[in-house]
Design a protein around this ligand. Structure first.
Ligand code: ZN
Length: 104
């Protein structure tokens, strides 16, 4: 079932590398059982999975692995745009918090 059509996502907000499927949605499957809460700030964009579903892509702030989950409604995108406009996304930080090196 396609809940949200990818066409509503601005091309600037789309990513090709969607990483691993994350059934747990809001915490990092790579860091499990350590609990890394994704919240909304770790979203790096949106894409489509092999089934054509629109997915939300997160990058873990600890291990930097990418993972994705389906988005059920437009609110996920609205929240992302709101965070982005406020400069709150992790991906908008100028330095990698782990290495303190400037981001590429
Ligand atoms: Zn992680």
């Amino acid at each position: 079932m396609k809940d949200v059509d990818i066409s509503i996502i601005d091309p600037d907000d789309r990513v090709l590398d969607i990483g691993e499927y994350n059934a747990s949605v809001m915490f990092c499957p790579f860091c499990y059982p350590e609990y890394i809460d994704f919240g909304g700030r770790t979203t790096i964009g949106f894409g489509t999975d092999i089934y054509g579903n629109t997915v939300q892509v997160h990058e873990c702030p600890v291990c930097f692995q990418k993972s994705h989950h389906h988005i059920g409604d437009i609110h996920s995108y609205e929240i992302y745009k709101n965070f982005k406009s406020l400069g709150l996304l992790k991906s908008q930080q100028l330095t990698n918090p782990k290495t303190k090196e400037p981001k590429q």
